[in-house]
Design a protein around this ligand. Sequence first.
Ligand code: FES
Length: 123
Amino acid sequence: MTTYRVTIANRENATFEVEARRPLLESLRAQGVDLPYGCKYGGCITCAAKLTAGTVNQRRQVALNNRQINAGYVILCVARPMSDITLEIGVDSHGELYRNPFLDPLEPHELKASPHQEPDDGP
Ligand code: FES
């Protein structure tokens, strides 16, 4: 069984040993970390946290756009660690998560990439 170390930077650098195959939300909650969550399938963004070091596999998430991913956000209910990682958790990690789309619209490269997107044929 492969395990990795998770450090939670904004919880006094508390560390936890987690299984590589298990979603981070599940592993951390099982060890007493109080984390918000909703859908548990990667769709609602409630469980977002900020990854500041290391890598995760979160290909099953559908909640984040490219801007949020590039800012370091991960969806803990589906993300699995691929190395030792450092996270910031909870609402105090959400400073760059939300942005008013009317005041500051996303650029095309910041939108969610779609593997099934067809070329625009125009009107
Ligand atoms: S709980 Fe909904 S995206 Fe993780």
